[in-house]
Design a protein around this ligand. Structure first.
Ligand code: 5GP
Length: 195
């Protein structure tokens, strides 16, 4: 790649569980030059998940040694498990001009803001807490107490939405996806002075 070639954009995409981010991401990834970073986690795989595609599933020990070796761009605790973005999932792609999306929770987003302030920070919110509760129960991939824990976590995460550059309300999927592309386009059109 030549020195003047355009680097990809790092996009932080946060949404509490049940905001429909999975479906949104599927549409976004199908539409263009985006790659979703595969995170590392210490949580167990869900039945439908595929190792090294959905997540890199690590033992707690492996996760900690990688933290010590500075292999992570960011990492955080969420509902009793560790989650983190490996640098190897991000930098080689940005260098090649690919836009990289990090689908991470709010503490991780705060860390990325500290180390990569030029990134684009997008928060996806549910139309209402009642709708979020309904979606999580409908999904039913977790036991009741885990669902309750995630609902409480989601309510807490919603208090951080103003820390993001843009908030997209995912009421209708197509509108939310169009809003995502509009936001990325707006960012591309910003003058250097505003950046
Ligand atoms: P889940 O267990 O539902 O897949 O993910 C739980 C939460 O962890 C979600 O809010 C998700 O965005 C977040 N998460 C997934 N990967 C990462 C990561 O690499 N870093 C951080 N900080 N959070 C992550």
């Amino acid at each position: 790649m030549s020195e003047n070639a355009k680097k990809g954009r790092l996009i932080v995409f946060s949404a509490p569980s049940g905001c429909g981010k999975g479906t949104m991401l599927k549409e976004i990834l199908a539409a263009g030059n985006y790659r979703l970073s595969v995170s590392a986690t210490t949580r167990d795989p869900r039945p439908e998940e595929i190792p090294d595609v959905s997540y890199h599933y690590l033992t707690k020990d492996d996760f900690s040694s990688r933290v010590e070796r500075n292999e992570f761009l960011e990492h955080a605790e969420y509902c009793d498990n560790s989650y983190g973005t490996l640098l190897s999932e991000v930098d080689p792609y940005l260098e090649n001009g690919v836009n990289v999306i990090l689908e991470i929770e709010v503490q991780g987003a705060q860390r990325v803001r500290a180390v990569r302030p030029d990134s684009l920070f997008i928060f996806v919110a549910p139309p209402s807490i009642d709708e979020l509760r309904r979606r999580l129960h409908k999904r039913a991939t977790e036991p009741e107490e885990v669902i309750e824990k995630r609902i409480n976590k989601a309510i807490e995460e919603l208090t951080h939405q103003d820390e993001y550059d843009y908030i997209i309300v995912n009421d209708a999927l197509e509108d939310a996806v169009n809003d995502f592309f509009a936001v990325v386009r707006a960012e591309e059109l910003k003058t250097a002075a505003e950046k």
